[in-house]
Structures are given as C-alpha cells and as structure tokens.
Design a protein around this ligand. Sequence first.
Ligand SMILES: Nc1ncnc2c1ncn2[C@@H]1O[C@H](COP(=O)(O)OP(=O)(O)OP(=O)(O)O)[C@@H](O)[C@H]1O
Length: 290
Amino acid sequence: MLSVSGLRKTYGDVEAVRGVDFEVADGEVFGLVGPNGAGKTSTLKTLAGLLEPTAGDVVVNGYDSTDPEMRHTLGFLPEESPLYEDMTPRSYLRFFADLYGVDRETADERIAATLDRLALDARDRPVGDFSKGMKRKVAIARSLVNDPDVLVYDEPASGLDPTTTNVVVEYVGELAERGKTVVFSAHDLHHVESVCDRVAILSAGEIAAQGTLAEIREEHGRVEYRVFTDVALEGSEEVEPGRHRTTVESMAGMDALRERARAAGGDVVDVRTRESTLEDVFLAVTGSEP
Ligand SMILES: Nc1ncnc2c1ncn2[C@@H]1O[C@H](COP(=O)(O)OP(=O)(O)OP(=O)(O)O)[C@@H](O)[C@H]1O
C-alpha cells in the first residue's frame, strides 16, 4: 500500500508538484494522467525514492520513501530505461537479482515466469539487438526481480506497438490481481480506462480530479442527450434526410425540445444518451488534449 500526502516537489523556481494527496491500496491499480509537464514523472520518481520530496510524506508499505530499506518493497519502471546493450536479458536480470540478494534459483524462476508471460523468447541474445517493445519487456522484468509489493511504472506502454501494448497493459492488471499495489502514468487514456481502479488527473502540479472513473464522471462529467426530430428546428443539424439532431443537457431541455418539435408539426423520433468519457473530463479539467 502507498500513501502520498501534501507532496510538493520544486526544482529551483519550478514548482513541478504542488500539494498532491492520494492513497493506493494493495491489489489496486491507480492511474496518473495529465498534460505534458503536469508533474507525473516528478511524482513517480519521488514515490520510487529517486527524488526527495520538497515537502510532504510518501509512505510505501510502511517505509518512508527516503528510507533506503523502502527499495526492497518497490519496483520502478522509468520512462526511459537504458539497458546494458551487450548483456542478454538473462544475464542482465540475474545481475539485478544479485544486487537485491535474490538467490539464483529463485531469480531464474522469477525471470522465466515474467518473460514467459510477456512472451519474450530471445533470452540469450544481446539486448542491443532488441526492438523497443522487447527492451520494455526486459525493463518490466527487471522491476519484478525482487518480487516487490509496490510497482511504480512511468508510461509502461509508451511507444510500443498495439500488440505489445495490450500485453503490457493486461500484465499490469494481472500484477494487481496478484495483490500488488500498482501506480502508473499514461498518455493513452484508453489504457487507463481499461485497467485502473482509480485515476488522478494532474494539472500544473495539482490533482484536478481523482476517484474511480464513475466518481470522476459524476463529479466532473455531464450527460448529453442527442435528440432526433423529424422536423428542422432552430439550432438542429440534419444528419440524414428528414432526421434532425439537437443536443441538450437535461431532461427539461428535452421536454422543451419536444414541445418545439410538436409546435412545428413534427415530433421527437429518437434520443441517444452520451456520457462523458475520461477524455472529455481530462479536457474539461486541464484545458488541454490528452
Ligand atoms: N530536473 C529538473 N529540473 C528542472 N525542472 C524540471 C526537472 N524535471 C522536471 N522539471 C519540470 O517540472 C515540471 C514537471 O515535469 P514532469 O516531468 O514531472 O512532468 P510530466 O507530467 O511527467 O511530463 P511529461 O508528460 O512530459 O513526461 C515541468 O515543468 C518540467 O519542465
């Protein structure tokens, strides 16, 4: 489990993170989204103990994030993870397992299980020959060699082809099903919608919205009714011959529209409801495109 309270991170005059609070329970996937420069990487690096908070507390499974002991309970996947190009995945991952004091037999079992699941077969070729997706899989396996309880992943699927992206995103969900606490950042909101239990939208270093997708929609979203009439009305758009669409935001608006249609000698012929997506809320609370 992980808890962040009053987190601030400044670099000189730049206030990258300006008072962020959230908690993530065991078995939960928490997604951090936000425009470029919103403070996602700064927050994640602070969780991983790579940056010291300017103010506030980060507690990872009972350890303060600045406590060196905390590293044993956490696996971090940085946005860019340079690998030692001459090493094979097996030798590279064994090297990190040794650093964590994991015995060889356990390490080999763990490495094989992760690489099997991620469908990475080329275990004895130098990683320098690998595609971006293959390298990402090795980096993910690296974050798991010490079997940590908490995983902090910065853009795990960034720049990967759709098949590899699906494998990685599904795997993130599986890790949480196994009881791990998972926090990850993403630009693609579909990944977040498909796998996260809760989400925070970060904007200029502050959380602009936080909760389950349903809670975020309830608080920040809105329902639109697309009402189709068989007569043209002021403000309607003819979507096909004899079918005119008007968008309203309430039942009262729909009733008023029906009155207008009847007064014009027609009627409402169809109504479609459209709920806000995470993307709509993102746009509304941050003012930028994801
Ligand atoms: N080492 C640093 N020194 C100075 N400013 C920094 C440093 N790292 C980040 N920043 C600034 O802090 C702010 C937040 O950056 P951060 O990388 O945390 O955002 P982000 O949400 O991860 O962005 P992106 O989506 O582009 O990766 C930005 O204004 C960035 O320029």
